[in-house]
Design a protein. Structure first.
Lengths: 282, 661
């Protein structure tokens, strides 16, 4: 029994001491093999963990509440349009594009008190998808722009050593828009709408900031809390344009997740553009 | 009688739901559904310890099942007094987990899929298929409870009229109870049982009628509380007859659903204890005797990693060693096995001492007692039943949960960017016959907290941003108040803007002396500001005690007459337990009295300015108390005597300061 007393203290530190062979009681054997299994798993865990932290692989879903992040996740990862409600915590799942192509997808709740958690997952992300409900964007423009501003800021203030994830903006719920001109499909309509409105709102934020002194700026010692990330073009103070954003290219995609039953057989599920992009880029 | 009922994962996926009326059905799929409001406004806000949430005429009750991160919600019309909702929730919880544990475990695992376990690809989850038996179970549960409630009501009525006769009339009672058990027979034995059940019910009623408080607790987390009153007989049964998945429920299962028949000696707690044993069996395995040991080891481990600033852990260290010394013997192989494979389920008993220490710690940091209580209770609620890895001690789990909870409470849910808000209002398009009204901010609070001084600091900051500011001296009460502002305005107009020249003309004082009606002066000031092209009007109000109703009414009048763009409560960082009372009463008085005077919905406080921040060091609990009470953000911190001593709150710093020893 003496040997057993040592296991707990050593088990936490290192894999070496496993006195399994010394004992032949089947229970002990079981405990021992479980220990081996555990160590093996944690070893693999550490190994893969290290690899992922150096280079992101995940798709990070961010965006305002009720935009459809959880729906997009359930459709891409599980192939099911589940019914959803306001998220209280992060979901992490896996997308399988092909047996070889698999990556994690992380769904961050949109509630203002929880949305900040996305920054912790930026280092492990290869792409960040900002999901917007294009049917309510005009009503929520200011709040959505604030949220997007946070994301832009976080992306541009990543340390240079870190790979900056690609940024996608999903003009989601495009099925709720009515295509006016016959030449336009709802996806392009959604994209145009989201792009115009957000560009205008972000420009407002940029203009309000420029020349402004934030509260911390009053004291001498205060570090800046200024939210950056809205620079565009070469010269300081140019108005905000997505196409000229300092952080690089922003990809706009129109998407929708059709609820149960409404999907016609053989027709689109509304997420092809995203799936195609993921196929090509992840 | 119910309107809506749902079972969902905390991540947002709904596993099962049912609406009982067309209206509820329609509402359920929208962002404004009662369940969504509940999550947004109560659960995420950390108000999980409240008993009930009301919205748009609905009342909602809920319970958590942390082991599988599930929330069970029941919504019903607020006016109904449904006595069985707590029982329904806990019965649902127990039965659901008993029936679908494997599916649930697989689902939760797949939604926590960290990058390393990608190979375990999510099997397709078809909830419709997996939970197809649930509808029937649920119906039975609900019917049983409803009829029991009806029965209760009836017999209570009768017992008050003719108490002696009741026990003698069982046959009619058994007719009223729908026979849920398919094999139910009406032989003598059954009747005898019914008689017995009825007697028990009547016996238990005394406590039940008066004891609403007791019931609330039992409904909330039955899996921990009720294992004390599980009878040994049922324990044995649960072990042998546990049913998984889609199997057809046996007669015995049905019997456990049959609430029309009270189990002898289980008293009024009977429902809470249904099948609880199935939860206990698989998780306990004697780990309890080993808690201490395992704690200490983890403590050493975490101490090395987290360093000396791990305050909570430090504060709790004595507790740990006490536990370990009292349970010093080594455990069985089974528990070693359990420890090594890392399954440890947190129980109320595990958490209690840790949470108590945590509460004391928060109070030492000047968090109001009531708030410390609620925050810790909320943290406990989010942890009970949760599995912690073998490398994570209870302390650590609690510390992480507390830190998350504090961050969530302190993080603003509305924009705190005042400049943007001002500029947006000023640049908003106007109709041609309209004049641009300045942005107005009212500063309210109790006496002597530094309202005028900090108003001047805010003024300075606005001037620095190129805005023209009018200060309205609406403290017509305290002698010297107007003069004080006059001095500030003189100072401010002599200071340069961004270093260039003086700021004359950028700031002005609007005063009408003492004793006049503050609401009227504010009105005049705003009009003056509009006519003279001021951008912002800062309204200084007289300090008042929150219990002084006439003065609170006067303040509410000022607010409802002028409808300022922001109402900022100014409070001291030194305030302790008082913070709760002050803020609740200010907020409520503003809402109640301003809505009474006819301008639609009452308005409450929009945010806080905390003064004397520099005097409290790391005892920053007031920030937590204030944000918890109002749910509103802290706009500014005042931290000194000069105009530049104004800061913005950094959530992470405050959380750190609170957790620090
Ligand atoms: N019409 C339509 N509805 C959608 C679409 N995608 C999602 N929805 C609905 O939008 C609602 C919100 O979707 P969620 O996925 O829960 O939103 P979320 O972004 O996760 O929201 P939070 O968790 O609050 O941050 C749900 O009722 C969905 O059914 C879509 O493409 N079209
Ligand atoms: Mg969600």
């Amino acid at each position: 029994m003496n040997a057993m007393t040592d296991i707990p203290s050593q088990g936490s530190e290192g894999p070496e001491v496993i006195p399994v062979t010394a004992m032949f009681n089947p229970q002990i054997m079981m405990a021992g093999s479980a220990l081996v299994a555990l160590l093996l798993i944690s070893f693999i865990f550490l190994l893969t963990r290290r690899r992922t932290s150096s280079k992101g692989t995940a798709l990070l879903l961010v965006g305002p509440p009720d935009a459809g992040k959880t729906s997009v996740m359930s459709q891409t990862a599980f192939g099911q349009p589940w019914q959803t409600q306001t998220s209280m915590q992060i979901n992490m799942s896996a997308v399988t594009l092909s047996p070889k192509k698999m990556f994690p997808v992380i769904d961050i709740p949109g509630h203002p008190r929880l949305r900040g958690q996305f920054t912790e997952h930026l280092p492990s992300s290869k792409a960040v998808a900002f999901v917007v409900d294009s049917s309510t964007i005009s009503r929520n423009a200011a709040a959505v722009a604030e949220h997007l501003h946070l994301v832009l800021h976080a992306l541009t203030s990543l340390p240079p050593s870190q790979h900056q994830p690609a940024l996608l903006i999903l003009a989601h719920k495009s099925d709720l828009l009515k295509a006016t001109a016959s030449s336009q499909n709802t996806h392009t309509l959604a994209i145009n709408r989201v792009k115009t409105i957000l560009e205008r709102e972000l420009e407002k934020r940029r203009a309000s900031q420029s020349g402004g002194i934030n509260i911390e700026g009053l004291g001498d010692e205060g570090e800046s809390t200024e939210l950056g990330g809205l620079q565009c073009g070469e010269k300081e103070g140019a108005s905000f344009k997505f196409d000229e954003w300092e952080g690089g290219e922003i990809i706009f995609l129109g998407t929708s997740v059709l609820q149960n039953g409404s999907a016609k057989e053989g027709s689109s599920n509304g997420l092809e553009s995203l799936q195609q992009w993921l196929q090509d880029n992840m | 009688m119910l309107d809506h009922c749902s079972i969902s994962h905390k991540g947002g996926v709904v596993l099962w739901s049912r609406s009982f009326t067309p209206e509820a059905e329609q509402l359920a799929s929208t962002a404004a559904s009662p369940v969504n409001s509940l999550v947004r406004e109560a659960l995420i806000e950390g108000r999980t310890t409240e008993e009930k949430y009301e919205k748009d005429g609905y009342a909602l009750k809920w319970t958590f099942l942390n082991e599988f991160e599930l929330i069970f919600v029941v919504a019903y019309q607020r006016i109904l007094q449904l006595t069985y909702v707590d029982d329904l929730l806990s019965a649902m919880k127990n039965l659901f987990v008993q029936c679908y544990q494997p599916v649930l475990a697989a689902f939760v695992a797949s939604i926590h899929n960290v990058s390393t376990t990608l190979t375990v690809q999510a099997a397709s989850f078809d909830f419709k298929q997996s939970f197809k038996t649930w509808d029937a179970y649920f119906d039975k549960l609900l019917k049983g409870l409803e009829s029991q409630a009806a029965l209760d009501r009836k017999s209570r009525l009768r017992s008050t009229v003719r108490p002696a006769v009741v026990a003698a009339t069982p046959p009619s009672e058994s007719d009223n109870a729908p026979a849920l058990n398919p094999e139910s027979t009406t032989d003598e034995q059954q009747i005898a049982l019914n008689v017995q059940a009825l007697k028990n019910r009547l016996k238990g009623r005394g406590g039940r009628r008066g004891g609403k408080v007791g019931r609330v607790g039992s409904g909330r987390d039955s899996n921990t509380e009720s294992d004390s009153d599980v009878q040994p007989k049922r324990k044995a049964k649960a072990k042998t007859q546990r049913k998984w998945g889609d199997e057809v429920p046996t007669e015995a299962d049905m019997a456990t659903l049959d609430f029309s028949m009270d189990k002898p000696d289980s008293g009024s707690e009977n429902i809470g204890s249904v099948d609880v044993q199935s939860l206990v069996d698989q998780t306990s395995l004697g780990t309890r005797t080993n808690d201490g040991m395992y704690e200490v080891r983890d403590w050493d481990f975490s101490k090395e990693k987290d360093g000396a600033d791990d305050a909570i852990a430090n504060a709790l260290k004595p507790l740990d060693s006490k536990v370990s010394s009292s349970e010093g013997t080594l455990g069985t192989l089974g528990s070693i096995f359990a420890r090594l494979t890392g399954s440890k389920v947190l129980t109320d008993a595990d958490l209690k001492p840790v949470l108590e220490a945590m509460k004391q710690h928060l109070m030492k940091k000047n968090v109001a007692m009531e708030i410390s209580d609620k925050v810790c209770e909320g943290v406990g609620e989010s942890l009970v039943g949760k599995k912690v890895g073998s490398f994570q001690s209870i302390n650590n789990a609690v510390r992480v949960a507390l830190s998350t909870s504090l961050t969530r409470i302190l993080t603003p849910k509305t924009s705190t960017d005042l400049l943007l808000s001002i500029r947006t209002k000023l640049s908003a398009p106007l109709a041609s016959n309209q004049q641009r009204t300045p942005y107005s901010i009212a500063f309210v609070g109790v006496n002597g907290v530094g309202k005028s001084t900090n108003l001047s600091k805010v003024c300075f900051w606005l001037i620095q941003n190129g805005l023209r500011v009018l200060i309205a001296a609406c403290d017509t009460f305290r002698s010297g108040a107007v003069e004080q502002l006059r001095v500030h305005v003189r100072n401010l107009s002599m200071l340069g803007i961004n270093g260039a020249g003086d700021s004359k003309g950028r700031v002005e004082l609007f005063e009408r002396g003492y004793g006049k009606d503050a609401a009227g002066i504010a009105r005049e000031a705003i009009n003056y500001g509009r006519d003279h092209d001021f951008d912002v009007v800062l309204i200084d109000t007289a300090g008042r005690m929150q219990d002084n109703e006439p003065l609170m009414r006067a303040l509410a009048k000022l607010v409802s007459v002028n409808n300022p763009d922001r109402i900022i409560f100014v409070g001291e960082a030194l305030v302790g337990n008082e913070a709760v009372d002050q803020l609740t009463k200010f907020d409520r008085a503003l809402r109640d009295f301003s809505s009474a005077s006819g301008t639609g919905r009452g308005r409450g406080i929009d945010g806080m300015l905390i003064t004397k921040w520099d005097t409290v060091d790391d005892k920053v609990g007031a920030a937590l108390s204030m944000t918890y009470v109002t749910g509103q953000p802290i706009f500014f911190l005042g931290c000194g005597q000069t105009y530049t001593d104004l800061r913005q709150l950094r959530v992470s710093n405050v959380v750190q300061a609170i957790l620090k020893n």
